[in-house]
Ligand binder design. Structure first.
Ligand SMILES: [Zn+2]
Length: 312
């Protein structure tokens, strides 16, 4: 068994969001470049397959799927939401982001890998059931969670989202889904302006744990949010499968938000989450790339994250 596998696809470089857009192909190029280093040489790479319609429809109504795919332009760019752009290959990239997440779940569920990092774009955690937004088209983490639950029979599937923005889309999709858990740290009073502690999940649905933190939050308060609140709630949920919405825009260098984390903080958090996966989930972890817009900080953070994943 390979301990860690990386899923990606070249079409993710062809999802063109226009000049000066922060969610750009250079993000994946920077990650690919750092993963060329010899320490990652023996980590297997797999091509992310496109999601099936059935996989997408666990999270979104048919109308959302049809609207996104019909909006893909034959040439040029189309703005499907205020800051979410589509180009001719965006439909395929979005399907491979969601499909890569599901294939990663398959890989881990069947024991072919201990964990998988999915380095694809567009990201997913802002895409609500019926609304593409915030650079996201399909709700990849929620789609992966529902695939783990419905295709593989896992009973307690958790998503932990450490992107600096609240994953309103993941929360929206999982809200009324039994057997799921969603926890997030994020910058308060920032896009998408959701994720208050009062949002705790629908009756009989997901357990939702939101920990908004103020702009300027540094390593100590960030780690305390996990140690004091999220990790105990996650351990109490006792997930049998763990999915990470791995955004790295809480890094101090990131231009899109105002947290002050360093690379070592992402490694620390990854270790804490893997320890819970080891205790409850047979070490099963799938990690999905979300945000991270300073390409140097992103690449260094992803490398640190994968180094810990490789330890298992
Ligand atoms: Zn973000």
């Amino acid at each position: 068994m390979s301990s860690t596998v990386i899923y990606t696809h070249p079409v993710c470089l062809d999802h063109d969001t226009g000049e000066y857009h922060p969610e750009c192909a250079d993000r994946i190029r920077a990650i690919n470049h750092i993963l060329d280093h010899e320490e990652f040489m023996y980590v297997p790479r797999e091509e992310a397959p496109p999601a099936t319609v059935e996989q997408i429809l666990r999270a979104h109504p048919q109308g959302h799927y049809d609207r996104v795919m019909a909006a893909v332009p034959a040439d040029g760019l189309f703005e499907i939401d205020g800051d979410t752009m589509l180009s001719p290959r965006s439909g395929e990239a979005a399907l491979r982001s969601a499909g890569g997440a599901c294939a990663a779940v398959d890989e881990v569920a069947t024991g072919r890998a201990r964990n998988v990092f999915v380095a694809t774009r567009p990201p997913g955690h802002h895409a609500e059931r019926e609304r593409p937004m915030g650079f996201c088209l399909f709700s990849n983490a929620a789609i992966a969670a529902l695939h783990a639950r419905d295709a593989h029979g896992f009973k307690r599937v958790a998503v932990v989202d450490f992107d600096v923005h609240h994953g309103n889309g993941t929360q929206d999709v999982l809200w009324d889904k039994p057997g799921t858990f969603y926890a997030s740290t994020h910058q308060a009073d920032a896009f998408p302006y959701t994720g208050t502690p009062e949002e705790t999940g629908g009756e009989g649905g997901a357990v939702v744990v939101n920990v908004p933190l103020p702009a300027g939050t540094g390593p100590e308060a960030f780690r305390a949010a996990y140690t004091d609140i999220i990790l105990p709630r996650l351990a109490a949920f006792a997930p049998d499968f763990l999915i990470l919405s791995a955004g790295f825009d809480a890094h101090a260098a990131d231009p899109m938000a105002h947290f002050r984390l360093q690379v070592g903080d992402f490694a620390w958090l990854t270790r804490q989450l893997l320890d819970i996966a080891k205790a409850h989930a047979g070490r099963r972890v799938v990690s999905l790339l979300e945000g991270g817009y300073d390409t140097r900080a992103l690449a260094a953070s992803v490398a640190a994250h994968i180094r810990v994943l490789m330890e298992g």
